[in-house]
Design a protein around this ligand. Structure first.
Ligand code: PGA
Length: 246
């Protein structure tokens, strides 16, 4: 297995983090016709979306051409549910950016069939041009939890207790967090032409070190990033504490 070193860019504050993320994303998208892009939910990418939205008018051509594919989604929620990642992303960036070409997961469909539908679509229309990703405290990427084979495509998942309790912070109540989801797989993400991983805060430092400096292992799903070229990591100082940078 050939290992690759990601480019690591460090932002000194939140404003710089968002700016750097936006500039890096726009550079990745430049010159690609109809780029196929996936974007994460979570706290970490919020500043990126705010910058892109505030400057969207200057890039109208890009947003018109962009094809968006959902990264992950909860299973079993009705279309209007505020917890749906698709709704969150629509409010936060897809609607204000006027990205109309979207492939979303249908949360109410049978999760296995839905994953198979998206996998088939990706085979016909992929691979991803740009994967923008966050990382969970247990090293998950999208809903690829520890133990997920790197070779897996889109699939249905049962969330780990770690992820369920981490996601309770978005809704303030553990009981409101669904336990099942659908996700693009690590194989789909590894096939992306470019990858942008956003990592923020001291709480992610230990897992980022394991992901980038530790062994490539399914115990840390984000360690697949060492196996693919063209990865850029944007992090703040707290997240890179302890990381061997070169
Ligand atoms: P966060 O979530 O950006 O809110 O930290 C990341 C994740 O759990 O994938």
């Amino acid at each position: 297995m050939t290992l690759h070193k990601p480019q690591i860019l460090i932002a000194e504050d939140e404003t710089a983090f968002a700016r750097l993320a936006a500039d890096t994303f726009l550079k990745m998208a430049a010159g690609r016709a109809r780029p196929l892009v996936t974007l994460p939910t979570g706290m970490t990418p919020l500043g990126l979306y705010q910058v892109l939205v505030s400057e969207h008018a200057a890039r109208r051509d890009l947003w018109d051409q962009m094809r968006f594919i959902a990264l992950d989604e909860y299973a079993g929620l009705p279309p209007g549910d505020e917890r749906l990642f698709g709704n969150w992303l629509a409010r936060t960036c897809l609607d204000p950016l006027h990205i109309s070409n979207r492939l979303m997961f249908n949360s109410l469909a049978d999760p296995d069939s839905e994953a198979a539908r998206v996998e088939t679509w990706l085979k016909q229309n992929g691979p991803l041009d740009i994967a923008v990703l966050g990382m969970g405290g247990n090293g998950h990427v999208a809903f690829n939890e520890p133990g997920t084979p790197f070779t897996q495509g889109a699939h249905a998942v049962t969330l780990t207790p770690d992820t369920v309790s981490a996601n309770a912070r978005y809704w303030g109540d553990l009981a409101r967090v669904p336990h099942h989801g659908i996700t693009l797989g690590l194989q789909n993400l590894a096939a992306a032409g470019q990858t942008l991983l956003l990592v923020h805060g001291a709480g992610k430092a230990a897992i980022l070190k394991r992901a980038l400096n530790g062994p490539v292992t399914t115990d840390v799903p984000a360690s697949y990033l060492q196996t693919v070229p063209h990865v850029t990591v944007i992090a703040d100082r707290a997240a890179v504490a302890g990381l061997v940078l070169n």
